[in-house]
Design a protein around this ligand. Structure first.
Ligand code: ATP
Ligand code: MG
Length: 265
């Protein structure tokens, strides 16, 4: 990966990183909670009746932490991620994202919050098929009215090793290349939070490893909080924290490396 990542220069530093008003830790440090879920429940109604998808989930995710959500198929991992992204409305409980209580927000406000604070990487990429790689990455920047959207997008595609593919449509790219475009797009606005649902799930092992390197590398560069759903225990082992879901509940929560930040007085 290019060391440049110049698109992430100082003029794009405007997103608030100091959540020091949240969760003071010991003197001189804070454990900033960038995501707080309190007593979250999600019940969906199918033809078979009501299904309890998430039950009593309470979590605080520290800013800068990398977290893996693991667990068996159907245990509620994707649902939990969708609730955090505001893409699925919780039936019960409260959600705070980056200092904002989003529990009662409508779709428009949620869309603004997502655009600003959250980058989402899906297993199946979700690229716009009628747009080139460059246009896909520039899209969120253009929508936000950010100047130099195409130049930034071009640099980002260079950073993920795709400078020779910028004019390709998604159908003209391999799975790994599409995922790299999707990562560049998700991170283009330097979101403080990255949510990734099985980002390597559709890729072969070698390509998956490249994607992991790119995702973790960019994430470190922009100092974002990363939450990823994965079935891959090796990938989970790379994160600071592993949350194991079981039947819609948090079965275990293993914080391997606490993330504490120094506070400048
Ligand atoms: N719209 C819906 N209506 C009813 N039940 C649903 C709906 N969507 C998902 N479910 C159920 O919710 C449960 C949790 O689904 P979820 O997609 O969160 O699981 P997951 O842990 O991500 O699984 P996987 O590892 O297979 O992706 C599953 O039992 C699923 O069948
Ligand atoms: Mg899932």
């Amino acid at each position: 990966m290019s060391a440049a990542l110049v698109s992430f220069g100082p003029n794009r530093q405007r997103h608030r990183r100091d959540n020091t008003h949240l969760g003071k830790g010991t003197a001189g440090t804070v454990a900033d909670s960038i995501i707080r879920l309190q007593d979250i429940g999600l019940t969906l109604t199918s033809r078979a009746g009501a299904v309890e998808i998430l039950r009593d989930v309470s979590l605080q995710i520290t800013a800068g932490q990398s977290t893996a959500i693991v667990g068996p198929s159907g245990s509620g991992k994707t649902s939990l991620l969708m609730v955090m992204a505001g893409l699925e409305k919780a039936t019960r409980g409260t959600i705070e994202i980056n200092g904002h209580d989003i529990t009662g927000l409508g779709e428009d406000d949620l869309a603004v919050l997502r655009g600003r604070d959250i980058g989402i990487v899906f297993q199946s990429f979700h690229l716009v098929p009628t747009m080139t790689a460059l246009e896909n990455v520039a899209l969120p920047l253009e929508l936000a009215g950010i100047e130099g959207a195409f130049e930034t997008a071009r640099q980002l595609l260079n950073d993920v090793g795709l400078s020779s593919r910028i004019d390709h449509f998604p159908a003209e790219l391999s799975g790994g290349e599409q995922q790299r475009v999707a990562i560049a797009r998700a991170l283009s606005r330097r979101p403080p939070i990255i949510l990734a649902d099985e980002p390597t799930g559709n890729l072969d092992g070698k390509t998956g490893n490249q994607i992991v390197d790119i995702l973790f590398g960019l994430r470190e560069r922009i100092n974002a909080t990363l939450i990823l759903v994965t079935h891959d225990e090796r990938l989970a082992a790379m994160t600071d924290r592993v949350i194991r879901m079981s039947d819609g509940r948090v079965g275990s929560d293993d914080i391997k490396r606490p993330t504490m930040r120094a506070v400048t007085p």
